[in-house]
Design a binder for this molecule. Structure first.
Ligand SMILES: Nc1nc2c(c(=O)[nH]1)N[C@H]1C(S)=C(S)[C@@H](COP(=O)(O)OP(=O)(O)OC[C@H]3O[C@@H](n4cnc5c(=O)[nH]c(N)nc54)[C@H](O)[C@@H]3O)O[C@H]1N2
Ligand SMILES: Nc1nc2c(c(=O)[nH]1)N[C@H]1C(S)=C(S)[C@@H](COP(=O)(O)OP(=O)(O)OC[C@H]3O[C@@H](n4cnc5c(=O)[nH]c(N)nc54)[C@H](O)[C@@H]3O)O[C@H]1N2
Ligand SMILES: [Mo]
Length: 767
């Protein structure tokens, strides 16, 4: 018997095809104009060998080996669910009583799954908040520095989160698109909360057909699809700020800056101008100066500047540019460049961050919220910027500076993660593991034996979305999608909500946690809240029963183009920005007042500690970019066939320029060793002349598979074995994964197998 069930995931909406309680296939959602291949990894991943079949505890933890114990030893003992629930509840109560709420770390950063009710991180944080509070994480890995900076500069984060000037406005008005980091296709495979419609490629094609000229400023030609016929400007990584300053100088030299806009809509222009001209530091930021830093000829830099001022131009940068040391600078300087062109708030002009970073950016949409759990409270808790998590474990009692604040770091006794994978996402994994091991108790809820689950003391097996009912929804997607259960829970897996409700029961607050609703009542409740919010925004959604039977609700796009900052551009007095001056802050007194040496009052060129111009490049002469994977969502779907097919001898591919390979005697398809002082991993070599020489690139997301011996050599290829863990600056404290130098050489000797996609060996005895 074959049945189909409507369902949704971050990587697309689909109907699950089910036979005898197994997902055997997927059919893309009929309304999706451009469904992605990632859907086909679903059956293999849901039924993967690496599913966690039952609860486990680390045997050393059961024996009382707690703070300082080595984790990741794979020494797991199966335990019964009742036992697991009791252990977790009692340990939570003990730690709260002895050490206070903030000693529990529940930041639990991660994408979880598309379903909005069973969203694992939200469920855990609701549970911990109701239990008294916890230490949480602020901002995110995606654009943590940018989202801290932009409220100071533009008074909003719309410019990176949306709604942004939409594609229809670009089709009609833009002539030139200057794309720092390109417009990669792969990133638009996903939408957080579910991609009902992949509209990015159809829109890009329409923009190209309208005759818009594209310039791909990136170390990687592949960051722009062929059909855009983009001109490639290969830039040395992390030097975009210098290029923008060189362009700014070229504009000034010819008097091409929009003096009117700078006078009426901006503050601090005079100070930035002095810096560009070299009046403050004796160094004019000429195109020749920029050429030496960026590797782009000065003539090209001048031409870029003049071309952008001559016609309606949209400036855009990917989120990746600010995931680098001093990552605030290129984004701030791009705003300054857009201000010099005077296009901010004009149709098809101005600046936007992330057109090429996520499906839904720039897609015309109505301003409707998404379906979701009500915001959680965290009464006794505190927050740290997300990327500083290792420091949190390392430096209890000490101060962390962030955005003008001093945060006293609490001592973390318990780490609890649901819906994220720190051993995928965080930088310098060997250092993370040393900090992590200092906790007394580590709990991980996961469907799969990821590296995070393998580094837990208590592992609680979670269902996947296909094993439960839910609603998929994102504020940047036009479809709200019913997610019907397709198969029963696999082995002993349980829903995150259900296991947390049982733990809350032991702790005496089940009813406050569940609000006495079961799953079906929650879905009705959340949908109804959304329906009312939609009605306030003048959209009449069908009632729950009709939605559920039809499988989705479509929110039609608006009739008119949306242009970000249009009101402000028209009348800055009547519609000021939400900044101290009400204007674009090219100089920010607030930021200057923090007194951070590494970030001043205006954008400026700051050398990263690791880039091709740094002294360290003598020993480690290759700049490693770790970009988002085309074959997965981060670590999710890594066990699936799409990801598996991309690997080279089972390892994550490392892209390298043929000249760099030849200089090392390396050949396509070889397994290589990528290393620096922080760690080493294996990778499979792929040659690509679309990469700037001196740059190597590796996608994130191959499950970390460190050998216990050999200095934790990761045999699979997780680039975070190599990346540096330092904040962008004390302002943003964002992730700086894109500032990383490495060396590459042939791997000699026996090739250790990748074993991370199998369940760890565990003791057979049930404790
Ligand atoms: N070097 C480098 N590192 C990076 C980046 C980079 O560019 N370079 N990018 C960074 C960025 S932008 C991000 S957003 C992060 C992403 O980092 P994460 O969001 O942590 O990565 P995911 O692999 O999506 O982790 C989600 C986890 O949730 C689990 N999960 C899914 N559904 C459920 C569920 O229903 N219940 C439970 N309990 N678990 C579930 C999945 O199995 C998966 O292990 O990575 C960051 N790391
Ligand atoms: N398929 C898929 N799509 C995804 C994700 C995924 O895991 N899989 N993750 C999603 C998430 S969580 C996020 S936050 C977004 C991230 O979106 P982005 O941050 O935009 O994605 P990246 O792939 O990290 O970077 C885009 C490109 O920037 C270029 N780049 C890197 N450093 C520099 C630099 O210094 N200068 C210039 N000019 N270019 C540079 C790289 O060549 C890279 O290919 O992607 C989302 N989309
Ligand atoms: Mo992200």
């Amino acid at each position: 018997m074959t049945a189909t069930r409507p369902h949704s995931a971050h990587w697309g909406s689909f109907d699950a095809v089910v036979e005898q309680d197994r997902v055997v296939g997927v059919r893309p959602f009929a309304a999706d104009p451009n469904p992605g291949a990632l859907l086909h990894s679903i059956p293999g991943t849901v039924h993967a060998e690496s599913r966690i079949d039952r609860p486990y505890a680390r045997s050393g933890w059961l024996r009382g080996e707690r703070a300082g114990a080595e984790r990741g030893d794979r020494d797991f003992v199966p335990i019964e669910w009742d036992h697991a629930i009791r252990l977790v509840a009692e340990e939570t109560a003990r730690i709260r009583a002895e050490h206070g709420h903030s000693s529990i770390f529940g930041g639990s950063y991660g994408w979880s799954s598309a379903g909005r009710f069973h969203h694992a991180r939200s469920q855990l944080q609701r549970f911990l908040g109701l239990g008294g509070g916890y230490t949480t994480q602020l901002t995110n890995y995606s654009y943590g520095a940018g989202m801290t900076l932009m409220p100071h500069i533009l008074g909003t984060n719309d410019v990176l989160q949306g709604p942004v000037t939409d594609w229809s406005s670009i089709v009609r008005h833009t002539r030139l698109m200057l794309c720092f980091g390109g417009l990669p296709l792969k990133n638009a495979l996903v939408t957080a909360g579910g991609a009902g419609a992949h509209e990015y490629v159809p829109w890009l094609r329409r923009v190209a057909e309208a005759g818009v000229r594209f310039i791909n400023i990136s170390p990687f030609r592949g960051d722009a699809p062929d059909f855009l016929q983009a001109e490639w400007v290969p830039i040395r990584p992390n030097t975009d700020t210098a290029l923008m300053l060189g362009m700014a100088h070229a504009l000034l030299a010819e008097g091409l800056e929009d003096r009117g806009f700078l006078a009426t809509h901006c503050t601090g222009w005079e100070k930035l101008r002095s810096y560009i001209l070299g009046e403050t530091d004796g160094q004019a930021k000429t195109p020749d100066w920029a050429a030496a830093i960026t590797g782009i000829p000065a003539e090209r830099i001048r031409a870029l500047a003049w071309d952008s001022v001559r016609q309606p131009s949209m400036l855009t940068a990917t989120w990746s540019l600010q995931r680098a040391e001093h990552g605030e600078q290129p984004w701030w300087m791009l705003v300054a460049l857009a201000a010099m062109l005077g296009g901010i708030g004009r149709p098809g002009e101005g600046v936007v961050f992330g057109y090429g970073s996520l499906n839904g950016m720039g897609t015309p949409r109505r301003g409707l919220p998404s379906v979701g759990l009500p915001a959680t409270r965290n009464p006794g808790g505190i927050g740290i910027p997300v990327g500083r998590v290792t420091e949190l474990f390392e430096r209890p009692g000490q101060i962390l500076q962030y955005n003008g604040r001093d945060i006293v770091l609490p001592k973390i006794r318990m780490i609890w993660w649901a819906g994220g994978n720190p051993f995928h996402h965080h930088q310098d994994l060997n250092r993370l593991r040393r900090g992590w091991n200092r906790a007394e108790t580590i709990i991980v809820q996961e469907p799969w034996w990821t590296a995070a689950a393998r580094h837990a003391d208590i592992v609680l097996p979670a269902t996947t979305t296909l094993e439960r009912y839910d609603i998929g929804s994102s504020s940047s997607d036009r479809f709200v999608r019913a997610m019907h259960r397709a198969i029963p829970p696999q082995a002993q897996a349980r829903d995150d909500h259900a296991m947390l409700a049982d733990i809350a029961d032991v702790l005496g607050y089940r009813e406050r946690f569940t609000e006495q609703r079961d799953e079906a009542a929650w879905l009705r409740h959340l949908y109804e809240r959304w329906r009312q919010a939609a009605a306030r925004a003048h959209f009449e959604a069908p009632d729950f029963d009709r939605f559920w039977a039809e499988g989705h609700v479509e929110v039609p796009p608006p009739e008119e183009d949306f242009v970000l900052f249009a009101d402000f551009a028209r009348d800055p007095q009547a519609h000021p920005l939400n900044t101290p001056s009400g204007k674009v802050e090219l100089f920010s007194d607030t930021i200057a007042s923090f007194g951070y040496a590494e970030i001043g009052g205006h954008p400026r060129w700051q050398e990263p500690g690791e880039y091709l111009g740094a002294p360290m490049a003598e020993r480690f002469p290759l700049h490693l970019l770790s970009y988002q994977p085309a074959t997965r969502l981060h670590g999710q779907l890594d066990p699936g066939p799409v990801s598996a097919a991309s690997k080279v001898q089972g390892r994550e591919p490392l892209l390298m320029h043929p000249d760099d390979a030849a200089a090392r005697g390396l050949e396509e398809g070889a397994v290589v060793r990528v290393f620096n002082d922080r760690g080493a991993c294996l990778a499979g070599l792929r040659l690509d002349d679309g990469l700037r020489a001196g740059v190597v690139a590796m996608a994130t997301g191959a499950w970390w598979d460190p050998l216990p011996e050999e200095g934790a050599l990761d045999v699979h290829g997780n680039p975070n074995t190599l990346t540096r863990d330092v904040g962008t600056s004390r302002l943003g404290q964002g992730c700086t994964a894109q500032s990383c130098l490495v060396q590459v050489m042939a791997h000699h000797g026996v090739l250790p197998p990748v074993t991370v996609h199998r369940a760890p060996r565990s003791r057979e005895r049930v404790a």
